[in-house]
Design a protein around this ligand. Sequence first.
Ligand SMILES: [Zn+2]
Length: 167
Amino acid sequence: MSEKVCPSCKNQNDATVDFCYKCEFPFNASDKEKSIHIGKFISNKGIILDSEDSLTKSQNLLYLAAGFYIIGFIINFSALKQDIFSLVFNIGVIFIIALCGYLLKKSPLIFLSIPLALLLFIYTINYLIDYRTLVQGIIFKILILGSLIYSIYNYKLSEKFKKKYNI
Ligand SMILES: [Zn+2]
């Protein structure tokens, strides 16, 4: 046997090394230093679970946003405030947001970025048409934009971690 398995990240190292080549686990250090290293590794590994958790939250918020749009759409439609352009546009928006929620976990970066760009675009256009729309549902707007950005950030950290340690 000329290999030793790292107790921290489980990657195989050459038997002669003093530190794991992936996570720098100190093979020859004291037990205390070793356990501190393993503790740090485990807490960093938590980012993978955090990322999955925030993806699920973003997914639910996208479904909720699509739901809000449908309700707003029905209210406006019954009040006959819609022209054909906004009719098609709103149906398109509802469809895209719901679809991004559905596909989110298949390719998180793409299906987080599309609704983020789309919602920012819509909020900006609405603001330019009527600045008062900015404060309408402001808490939900902050919540969904924040959640999408946070999910992108967490996902990137988690992918970086997985790639580094072959997880
Ligand atoms: Zn290691």
